[in-house]
Ligand binder design. Structure first.
Ligand code: CDT
Length: 312
């Protein structure tokens, strides 16, 4: 058995005027609880330092940039890094990243995996950015990720942390089956995912009552079909008038939910994850080498603009 005790550290709402130091303080409180329960890995949500700012249309770039971090750790987050290192806990943290690369400013929706020594073992930039790029006033609230972020261009390569192969993804990524499969083909045994998911989906409100179902559906399928642990962690509750789903969960490679938050506030759900259980699935029904037929799926990694009918 190769066991990792994992804490899914759900956050309740973060107010627009709540300083990062307050959010970090709440995360440190969850970290302390996780330590008491023996966790060596704690997962925080997507964009965990601030409110979910893509719900507002902003034209002034300096107003947008106030939501971003240009270094990590920084003054606000250093106490979290230091407390986690003192406790020997690895953690996943989502935040808005502003960086200078290729000679220009670049902005990403980012998650990092920090190891028990306080070093960043993997930085992942969200690949699937949902929403829209222009103001759409007919919506009850905006979802402007396509305006404020560039899409990440990193593969789903797992990091070796805690004797486990751990991959990262962020929120909307969890709805795409290719994400889990790519990570699994790269040897991932666990997928960490933070999310902010509104209960109301303006383009198709007839699906609002299915939000929590779809949340679990995609993560449980991803876990089972790839024989990996999945840890999905919400920022939940009524945030600036917008309801965000909760149900942060730890899901076994069999697809079963083994721990779940039951509130919409700051809460910790804990499970002992035996990494060797991945083999129950991967040595059998989803033995990739034995049963996959990659030559039959050529369109899966083809750009849509290049699609051609198979028999043209
Ligand atoms: N943060 C994020 O990616 N949220 C999306 C909302 C639905 S698409 C507008 C999600 O997939 O949960």
């Amino acid at each position: 058995m190769r066991e990792v005790i994992v804490g899914a550290a759900q956050l309740g709402p973060i107010a627009r005027d709540e300083p990062r130091t307050s959010a970090v303080g709440r995360m440190i409180a969850l970290l302390e609880r996780a330590a008491e329960r023996g966790c060596s890995l704690v997962v925080f949500p997507e964009l965990a330092l601030t409110t979910f700012f893509p719900r507002w249309y902003m034209e002034d770039q300096s107003e947008v940039d106030a939501w971003f971090e240009s270094e990590m750790p920084n003054a606000a987050t250093r106490p979290l890094f230091e407390r986690a290192r003192a406790l020997g806990i690895s953690f996943y943290l989502g935040y808005a990243e502003l960086t200078i690369e290729l000679g220009r400013e670049r902005r990403f929706n980012t998650a990092i995996l920090v190891d028990g020594k306080g070093c960043i073992a993997r930085r992942y930039r969200k690949v699937h950015l949902p929403g829209h790029a222009e103001n759409e006033p007919w919506r009850a609230f905006q979802h402007l990720e396509k305006r404020y972020f560039e899409a990440g261009e990193n593969y789903f390569e797992p990091a070796d942390v805690l004797g486990a192969r751990i991959a990262l993804a962020i929120c909307n990524d969890r709805r795409w089956p290719e994400v889990y499969r790519e990570a699994a083909l790269r040897g991932a045994e666990m997928m960490l995912l933070g999310y902010n998911t509104p209960l109301h989906y303006p383009p198709a409100p007839e699906h609002d009552h299915l939000q929590a179902f779809h949340n679990h559906l995609v993560m449980q399928a991803g876990a089972y079909q790839n024989g990996m642990w999945v840890v999905g962690v919400a920022k939940a509750g009524r945030e600036e008038g917008c309801d965000l789903i909760g149900q942060s969960s730890i899901i076994a490679p069999t697809g079963e939910i083994v721990a779940m938050c039951s509130t919409l506030g700051d809460e910790l759900a804990v499970a002992t994850c035996d990494l060797d259980r991945c083999a129950e699935i991967r040595a059998n029904v989803f033995n990739f080498r034995r049963h996959r037929r990659p030559k039959m799926y050529p369109l899966l990694s083809t750009d849509p603009d290049e699609w051609r009918p198979l028999h043209e």
